[in-house]
Design a protein around this ligand. Structure first.
Ligand code: 9MR
Length: 372
């Protein structure tokens, strides 16, 4: 499991403490792209007003078993990401035997609720199937390349026409800007990244293809390395459409220049997205810490809203009931916008307020399926 070095976020202004207004659920609001009618003050309706997609990672066990979870997922979000069920370990548990069932159910849920899907993720060092971990070291580069090519082709083909954005390559860099020493780098060399984008594009030419990583929200060695990579890919004509900024934050560290950093990638002609936003803190949560969390959510959304090419803002799960954080960061949690009882927190109301006030945000591109 990837243990993320805590991100530099902390010196946040504490002035944005928002009262939680009563959620006045009146008449259904205007239709958004996709045709569904939702309450006009849902996150998705407010985001649709400014041409932005707002998403969540989905825990498909919760989706199957918990009606309240299902209702919130449908009502509040206009995109969904599979938190785990599109990962290689889950879709091909034994070699050659695919199990798309959980991912297919999520895609069907999204279609039924007029949501777009972020596909996550095709090439990663983590959550690989046991059979692959066991065999990879003994494989020749050609054998491993053929297996990766087949994986990407089969998965992208299975979901062809149903995925808005694919996280093609995930977390390929170390924090110091060097390439991560994964089996992909070891056996295939750095060219595996370009190959992965080319293979994904061949399988679904209309899907938007993203590079996705954490700790690239601010300018520094890692984001500079990703910047160089994507410029290099573009120079080679590799089909890359965007960069995903995971945005896993912690109240104890500052987040210096997210908006400027998003903008410099956008200025390369790419789309950008915040793909896995959450803001953890030490437990129990103090009022000061919660104010910092509220401010951080607000800051991350406002940064996306201010950059025209920022096409989606996705939280990495919406509820503290099933967050990945406590299992990885001992003593930390409360990272999400709903509490463990699926009640909205001030973080949720801050996002709503920002969206509602953002009607003048610049017109965005890229809201449909497929490349612009
Ligand atoms: O939230 C996911 C958790 O359920 C898994 O156990 C974990 C395995 O590493 O992956 C989590 O999601 C990660 C995502 O796929 C990539 N970026 C970091 C996320 C949090 O670790």
């Amino acid at each position: 499991m990837a243990i993320h070095r805590p991100l530099l976020i902390g010196a946040l202004g504490l002035c944005a403490v928002l009262a939680a207004p009563a959620a006045a659920m009146a008449a259904p609001g205007p239709s958004e792209a996709g045709g569904a009618s939702h309450h006009s003050d849902s996150l998705r309706s407010l985001a649709a007003n400014i041409g932005l997609r707002i998403g969540t990672a989905v825990n498909t066990d919760q989706l199957a078993s918990n009606e309240a979870y299902r209702d919130i997922t449908a009502a509040e979000f206009s995109t969904v990401t599979a938190e785990n069920v599109m990962k290689w370990q889950l879709v091909e548990p034994t070699q050659g035997n695919y199990d798309w069932s959980a991912a297919d159910r999520l895609v069907a849920f999204a279609e039924a609720n007029h949501q777009l899907v972020r596909g996550h993720t095709l090439v990663w060092h983590n959550q690989l199937p046991d059979w692959l971990n066991a065999a990879a070291a003994q494989m020749s580069p050609d054998q491993l390349r053929a297996i990766l090519h087949k994986h990407i082709t089969d998965e992208v083909t299975h979901f062809k026409g149903k995925i808005w954005q694919w996280d093609v390559v995930n977390e390929a860099f170390n924090d110091d800007g060097t390439l991560r020493n994964s089996i992909w780098l070891q056996k295939l060399g750095p060219g595996y990244i370009a190959d992965a984008f080319r293979w994904a594009h061949e399988a679904d030419p209309k899907a938007k293809l993203f590079y996705n990583d954490y700790n690239i929200e601010f300018t520094g060695p890692k984001s500079n390395a990703v910047y160089s990579l994507v410029k290099d890919l573009q120079a080679q004509g590799v089909p890359i459409d965007g960069v995903g900024f995971q945005t896993h934050l912690d109240t104890q560290y500052p987040l210096p220049d997210l908006q400027n950093n998003l903008q410099r990638f956008a200025d390369l002609g790419l789309e950008v997205a915040e793909t896995e936003v959450d803001v953890r803190t030490s437990l129990p949560v103090t009022p000061t810490a919660q104010s910092a969390q509220v401010a951080a959510y607000s800051q991350t959304l406002q940064a996306c809203m201010a950059v025209r090419q920022c096409i989606s803002y996705t939280v990495w799960g919406f509820s503290d009931a099933d967050s990945w954080v406590p299992g990885v960061f001992r003593g930390e949690g409360a990272a999400d916008i709903y509490d463990e009882n699926l009640q909205p927190k001030p973080q949720y109301f801050a996002l709503k307020q920002d969206l509602a006030l953002g009607k003048g945000a610049p017109h965005r591109t890229g809201q449909g399926v497929g490349r612009n």
